[in-house]
Design a protein around this ligand. Structure first.
Ligand SMILES: [Zn+2]
Ligand SMILES: [Zn+2]
Length: 487
């Protein structure tokens, strides 16, 4: 028998997040004080797993993101933003530090934290006199930063089918409360939400399609967590769980229904964020608050043979949304402007520092996206895969960092590097003409390949690759031994 959707049909509970959020906001709405005249607050919203081309903000046919469309009319909207890796830990670490994974060293989920020697968004704004808070579903930002630079750390449970939104709604209520708190310091708030992350069982799929007679086995599974009884080291230990979950083949009908569910997750995230933004618009902080919206990576629906994200660096998982909303009184305000220059999530930190009037950090490779000339100039963008698909992905030939696929992008050109024992492979795609990355044109464009390979060689030469044959760094081995995974 085909099961019904794995979600609650309980109307009052589904709507209760609005009540919770409104209650928290009503209690605090009158407490706000404007920040000092010359200082800007900063709110960074990063839901997980938001694939750019599934947002109505970017022309998607379903109305998945009406609130972001409205925010877009007030923002610089980046049409071609790339993440550095289709994995949460690597990508968030780059958003927070402004450097790529080979530089900050976080190459893997549940990897070691960002080294203390590397400045972060939180430490930079804290040193500039800001009060700083992270509001996150789960606690991985706290883990990867060790809490460095944050005055306030608030975590919430992941939404589940049993309680789809309430924990996130409470989190956003606490965020609003914190932002409104009286004081003479401006704030930096970093918000990490569950977004469109699998399982897709908290939204309302009936918005976009019928669930009757559909196969919902795509929402079952546990990443092997239940099998192991723990939540750490899973990618190192349980390739079969990934294989069953990510590489299982689906017929076209099921694939389309997976997308119905995913789109419903996006709409739920947009509803909650829209509710927050609407309350902010009614408060005194709105006129002094910079809002940046992005995601850590996208999502794959079988375009390249797998579901979810991580093993490859194709566009469904690398193309992320990026909006920068400045108050109208900000000197760089150009609301509603669309920008099609390729940009990277490593540009977020220099952009926010620039927007807030704080001096840039030394050595950051990214650029402020408020600078039109910088956006237009030629540059290389870097990306890499996760590293945990040994024995699962037929295109993964070495363990650890050595086996990662890499991307070098310049304009519409995208070089994909696949390390292989029988000879490394270099594929070239023109993602302007071929957004599905179906035609490898490396043989027809030797000069482009040569130029992009030269940049790749720089990256590889500087990559510490400090791992043994099992793909573990010495520090990681110590950590895993403490957790009981290694003898
Ligand atoms: Zn993620
Ligand atoms: Zn369904």
């Amino acid at each position: 028998m085909v099961p019904r959707c794995l979600r609650l049909s309980n109307g009052p509970q589904r709507r209760s997040w609005r009540l919770l959020l409104a209650l928290g906001m009503l209690l605090t709405a009158s407490c706000g004080e404007p920040a000092k005249e010359q200082e800007w607050n900063v709110l960074v919203i990063v839901p997980d797993t938001i694939r750019a081309d599934h947002l109505s903000l970017y022309g998607y046919e379903r109305e998945t993101t009406p609130a972001l469309e409205r925010l877009g009319t007030e923002s610089l909207v980046f049409e071609r933003a790339s993440t550095v890796a289709p994995r949460t830990w690597q990508s968030f670490s780059s958003i927070l530090t402004g450097v790529t994974p080979p530089v900050h060293g976080v190459r893997h989920i549940f990897d070691n934290p960002i080294p203390k020697s590397i400045a972060t968004l939180a430490t930079a704004f804290s040193q500039a006199g800001y009060r700083t808070g992270v509001f996150e579903v789960g606690n991985f930002i706290r883990q990867m930063t060790r809490g460095r630079g944050f005055d306030e750390i608030v975590g919430a449970a992941k939404p589940s089918a049993a309680e789809p939104e309430n924990a996130e709604a409470r989190l956003l209520g606490r965020l609003f409360d914190w932002m409104q708190r009286p004081g003479d310091k401006p704030f930096l708030a970093f918000v990490s939400l569950s977004g469109g992350h699998w399982p897709y069982n908290t939204g309302e799929p009936e918005r976009f399609g019928s669930c009757d007679a559909e196969d919902h086995s795509f929402n079952r599974g546990s990443y092997g967590i239940e099998l192991l009884g723990v939540g750490k080291g899973i990618e190192l230990r349980n390739a079969d769980a990934f294989k069953n979950l990510i590489w299982q083949p689906h017929d076209e009908r099921t694939r389309e229904h997976v997308i119905v569910h995913y789109d419903a997750e996006l709409r739920l995230a947009d509803d909650m964020i829209g509710f927050l933004l609407e309350r902010m618009r009614q408060s005194s902080i709105w006129g002094r608050t910079i809002v940046l919206f992005t995601s850590d990576h996208g999502e794959s629906f079988g375009e390249h043979g797998y579901l979810q994200h991580g093993p490859r660096i194709d566009e469904p998982t690398m193309h992320v949304p990026l909006l920068v909303r400045l108050p109208q009184t900000h000197p760089s305000w150009r609301g509603g402007k669309r920008v099609d220059s390729p940009v990277s999530v490593i540009d977020i930190l220099p952009t926010l520092l620039d927007a807030a009037g704080i001096e840039n950090l030394d050595g950051l490779p990214g650029r402020s996206l408020l600078d039109t000339a910088e956006r237009a100039s030629s540059r290389f963008l870097y990306g890499e895969t996760g590293r945990s698909f040994d024995g699962v992905d037929p295109e993964r030939h070495y363990p650890g960092v050595r086996g990662k696929q890499r991307m070098i992008r310049e304009g519409d050109w995208k070089l994909v590097y696949v390390p292989r024992p029988q000879g490394d492979e270099y594929r070239l795609f023109d993602i302007g003409d071929d957004p599905g990355e179906l035609r490898d044109v490396a043989d027809a464009q030797p000069d482009v390949v040569k130029r992009l390979r030269a940049e790749l060689e720089h990256v590889l030469a500087a990559d510490p690759m400090d791992e043994d044959a099992e793909g573990l760094s010495p520090a990681q081995k110590v950590r895993l031994r403490k957790l009981g995974y290694l003898q």
